[in-house]
Design a protein around this ligand. Sequence first.
Ligand code: PLP
Length: 476
Amino acid sequence: MTPEEFKKYGYEIIDWIADYRSNISDYPVMSTIQPGTVRERLPDSPPENPDPFESVINDLDNIILPGISHWNHPNNFAYFPSNATLPSVLGDLLCSGIGGIGLNWQSMPALTEVEEVVCDWMRQMLGLSSNWEGVIQDTASTSTLVALLCAREQASNHSQIKNGLQGEKLPLIIYSSIQSHSSVKKAALLAGFGLNNIRTIETDENFAIDVEQLKIAIEQDIKKGLKPCAVIATIGTTNTTAMDPISDILSLTQKHNMWLHVDAAMAGTAMILPECRWMWDGIEGADSIIINPHKWLGVVFDCSLYYIRNREHLVRVMSTNPSYLQTSKDNEVKNYRDWGIPLGRRFRALKLWCLIKEQGVSGLQERIRKDIKNAKWLKDQIENEPQWEILAPVTLQTICVRHTPSGLKNDLLEKHTLQWVTDINNGGAAYLTPGQLNGKWMVRISIGAEATTLKHVKALWITMKSAVNKESQRNR
Ligand SMILES: *Cc1c(COP(=O)(O)O)cnc(C)c1O
């Protein structure tokens, strides 16, 4: 494709994206196609000869679009938001268009330096002290793996350059709550700790880690001759956005010389609001933090920020420094390959940079406040309606609900819950995620798509009430 052809098709594709976003509310939020539908409409083998590029747009409309669930739809209340704001889409396009990769500072000086600057902008926006330095990773899952590798190497006094974990006398133990994200367990397994050395601690009535139970678990492990290594605390759990109490956990991690990693993948975004920062009180004492601008903040996936206080330790754990990557500037610059797992890095900083520039801090704050306010509105409605229950504190923008008609218990209630949420999702008017809390089904409403306004939340509430009525009538 020549640059001239690129312009022609590029403008068409930009138009396609712009029209898609303008008309997004016309689509059913969740795709309801059957497995295999998209695959069977695509050829089994690659085109032997060039396909005219026009066919891409055709296939987009006819084959691909029906298989898309519309994350940026204003009636998307599923999972957590993944806001691909348009300025960040442009930043992503620039990243691809420039098409360079960072291997070291020298290979793309601007890539490193823009990343340094936006990580520091975000640090300031989050209210973190200048003790923290950040780097962009692909996902929170990767960041947590990096954190646990740092923790492992701290607790084992750099075992990796000796016999690794296999040479350790005392098994190292990892702690998090039963509400922590599945990526925590995955990271601990991949980092070699072993399933038997992962403790999942019960939570209190607010679904935050029970610090007393954590204390008991740590002390028991020490008594057994094991070595507590790290606590992963969550600020904004995936189920209910519960907040683990950082200050209380710190009193344990500091006493036992453990690593404290804070998973604020979702709720970290709310820390751009000064009025929310009490939620991670004590954060300055943690060792590492992740927040995902690719969720609520509005950076198109993938962009996860990993903040660390001890940069030397991170680099020592992650650095291999073969001769062909060394340059004469190495002592004056950051080489981000030594701040994480991959060698090559995309110019991801551009999409975060574009978003912050286009919105300004105040624009971003205003949008996050809007979502919190809309969630509060819905919570108030639900609380005042008989037969509806709110199951967890609404700390930010996620509401966990159950509709409990009198007389409906156990299996019948479970069935009722799954039915009304499935009806809504299949109907296309909104998209909600069912989830389990204390072993029982509930429905999670996560407000925070960029396009969602109070009007959409009001419509959702009407949809929910009519879905449960239909269900009740059907069961009569
Ligand atoms: C979404 C989420 C993750 C995983 O995020 P990825 O970037 O998709 O790996 C981890 N922890 C929490 C609390 C989350 O909400």
